[in-house]
Ligand binder design. Structure first.
Ligand SMILES: Nc1ncnc2c1ncn2[C@@H]1O[C@H](COP(=O)(O)OP(=O)(O)OP(=O)(O)O)[C@@H](O)[C@H]1O
Ligand SMILES: [Mg+2]
Length: 250
C-alpha cells in the first residue's frame, strides 16, 4: 500500500511537472485551406493545413517561392480569411468574424513587422511608435511614456525626434519592432524582417528578436534564409500549400 502511494505520488509529481510546461495555444489552424479564383482557375495556396503554435514559441515559415508563405502569414495576421477550415487566435474563432472585428483584432492583438519597415515618413520615431495606440484611442501621456519605454528597449532612446529618412535601415526596423510591440500583442508576425538589411544590421535585429522571445514573446517569421531560420526554434516548411516538415530548423 505504501509502495502504491509512493508510486502514485511520483506519477502525480511527474504529471504536475509536465503541466507546468503546458503553454496556451495562440494559433490553431484546423484543416485550413486558402484558394484564389483567377478567371476560370482555382489556385490552392494552402491545402488542409492543421497546426498549433503556442505561447512563447519562435517559429519560422519557410519554403520555395509560391508555396504559400505569404498566404499563410496573411491569414495568420487576419489580413485575409481562410476559404475553408477554422482559425482560432488566442482561443477566438476569427474565421467567422466580419471585417470590422478582424480589423480590431489586428490592432489589438497582433504586431506586424515588414521587410520594408512601413514607417510613416512624416512622423518622428516616437510618433511612429505611438500610431497603433492612437487608433486604440489611448491617452496622450500614457502613449508617450510607453513609446519612450519601447524606443529605449530597441536602443533608440537617442533618436526619438528623428524622422525615418534620418535613420539607417536597421534603426528603421527597430522603430517598426517597437511599434509592433506597443499593444503588447499576442504574437509578432514578421515578413522577411532582415531582407533589406546588410548582414550586421540583420544580425542585430535577429538578436533583438532572440531577446524578445527569451522574454516570452511569441514570434512567427517568414524567411527564405536558412541562417535566419536558425535563430528560431521551430521551422514550418511549406510545399505546394501543405506542411512538408515541422520541427527544429536545419
Ligand atoms: N491574390 C492572389 N490571387 C491569386 N493567386 C494568388 C494570390 N496570392 C497568391 N497567389 C498564388 O498562391 C500561391 C501561393 O502564393 P504565396 O504568395 O503565398 O507564395 P509565397 O510562398 O509567399 O511565395 P514568395 O516566396 O515568392 O513570396 C502561388 O501560386 C500564387 O501565385
Ligand atoms: Mg511571399
Amino acid at each position: 500500500m505504501a509502495n502504491l502511494r509512493r508510486h502514485q505520488r511520483k506519477f502525480l509529481h511527474r504529471k504536475a511537472g509536465k503541466l507546468k510546461f503546458v503553454r496556451a495555444a495562440i494559433v490553431q489552424f484546423e484543416n485550413l485551406s486558402k484558394t484564389y479564383q483567377v478567371g476560370p482557375n482555382v489556385i490552392n495556396a494552402l491545402r488542409d493545413v492543421s497546426l498549433t503554435i503556442s505561447e512563447g514559441e519562435y517559429v519560422s515559415i519557410m519554403g520555395p517561392s509560391g508555396c504559400g508563405k505569404s498566404s499563410m502569414l496573411n491569414v495568420l495576421g487576419c489580413l485575409d480569411r481562410a476559404s475553408t477550415g477554422r482559425y482560432l487566435l488566442g482561443g477566438s474563432d476569427v474565421s467567422v468574424m466580419d471585417d470590422d472585428s478582424l480589423s480590431s483584432i489586428r490592432g489589438a492583438r497582433l504586431g506586424f513587422i515588414f521587410q520594408s519597415y512601413n514607417l510613416i515618413q512624416q512622423l518622428t520615431v516616437i510618433e511612429n511608435i505611438e500610431v497603433p495606440l492612437y487608433y486604440q484611442g489611448r491617452g496622450a501621456t500614457e502613449s508617450r511614456e510607453l513609446a519612450i519605454e519601447l524606443a529605449t528597449l530597441v536602443g533608440l532612446q537617442a533618436r526619438l525626434d528623428h524622422k525615418p529618412f534620418e535613420l539607417s535601415g536597421g534603426q528603421q526596423q527597430r522603430v517598426a519592432i517597437a511599434r509592433a510591440l506597443v499593444n503588447d500583442p499576442l504574437v509578432l508576425l514578421a515578413d522577411e524582417p532582415t531582407g533589406n538589411l546588410d548582414s550586421t544590421s540583420g544580425t542585430d535585429i535577429l538578436k533583438l528578436f532572440d531577446d524578445l522571445n527569451r522574454q516570452g514573446k511569441t514570434i512567427i517569421m517568414v524567411t527564405h534564409d536558412q541562417n535566419v531560420a536558425r535563430h528560431t526554434k521551430r521551422a514550418i516548411r511549406l510545399r505546394d500549400g501543405q506542411v512538408e516538415s515541422d520541427g527544429p530548423p536545419a
